[in-house]
Design a protein around this ligand. Structure first.
Ligand SMILES: Cc1cc2nc3c(=O)[nH]c(=O)nc-3n(C[C@H](O)[C@H](O)[C@H](O)COP(=O)(O)OP(=O)(O)OC[C@H]3O[C@@H](n4cnc5c(N)ncnc54)[C@H](O)[C@@H]3O)c2cc1C
Length: 223
């Protein structure tokens, strides 16, 4: 897993500018404290359209099953940054590139949860962990070698890739508004989200906090 925050458009003042235009004013006409109070007011009263102006782009390397879950978030993630409108999510293509050699291996195997809302529960014991590691490694090696054999036999990449497992890493660029990513954080950082996906999303949020442009907005959304 690897996450980069490659582009940030806007900051807390962008949010305030959008709200203050109603009174033909800008964030710069007010103190930091007044703008901070405004952001809290906007979140509290669900005036969320103003959080759609800032735009973020992440470059993410994650296993296919994580990318698949993240792709379910659509609204506000369909418009890319100018000059690349409609560049919401673009992935590496297994039709053109052989990326059959990078996988995300499970760090710790978990048992199935008895509560159907939770996908998994406690970790397996030490022996369970090493037995699962062995299976995972064997399957990965088998699929990776089989892929290479199909390529050697002259099969196209777009067909050979169909035998690769879900823990294969893919790389994608993901652009969307601050508000849409806040929605992603709210849903995918909860305990009922898959842990491997939570880890990717937690890293996205960590990078955004480190960037610092949206300190007040993130605080107001309790992130
Ligand atoms: C823990 C967990 C388990 C999940 N399990 C499954 C599963 O088993 N199977 C599965 O298919 N998906 C599953 N999902 C995905 C889930 O159903 C959503 O598709 C995903 O979380 C995206 O959420 P969203 O629809 O709110 O996001 P977006 O599509 O980004 O929408 C954002 C918000 O915009 C509004 N909105 C979106 N579309 C419309 C519309 N047409 N009309 C009016 N308002 C709209 C809603 O308020 C929505 O919350 C799961 C998600 C989570 C977090």
């Amino acid at each position: 897993m690897n996450v980069e925050l490659i582009s940030v458009y806007g900051n807390d003042a962008t949010v305030c500018d959008a709200a203050r235009v109603s009174f033909d004013k800008k964030a710069s006409n007010y103190s930091e404290e007044q703008n901070s109070r405004l952001i809290n007011y906007l979140v509290k009263h669900k005036h969320t359209s103003v959080f759609r102006h800032p735009q973020l782009t992440f470059r993410i390397q994650a296993p296919i099953y994580v990318e698949r879950q993240l792709r379910k978030h659509e609204i506000g993630l369909e418009l890319g940054l100018p000059p690349e409108p409609n560049s919401s999510i673009n992935s590496i293509s297994g039709r053109y590139v052989d990326f059959s050699d990078t996988y995300t291996l499970i760090k710790e195997w978990r048992t199935q949860s008895k509560d159907s809302k939770q996908g998994s529960a406690d970790p397996l014991d030490f022996y369970g962990q090493s037995a699962c590691d062995e299976i995972e490694y064997a399957v990965k090696e088998f699929c990776q070698n089989a892929y290479k054999k199909l390529i050697d036999l002259g099969v196209s990449k777009e067909q050979a890739r169909t035998i690769l497992p879900l823990n294969l890493n893919t790389t994608f660029l993901w652009t969307g508004s601050l508000l849409s990513f806040i929605h992603v954080f709210n849903l995918r950082l909860k305990l009922d989200a898959q842990q491997e996906t939570r880890e990717v999303v937690a890293e996205m949020l960590r990078l955004l906090k480190e960037n610092g442009n949206f300190a007040e907005s993130l605080k107001a959304f309790e992130l």
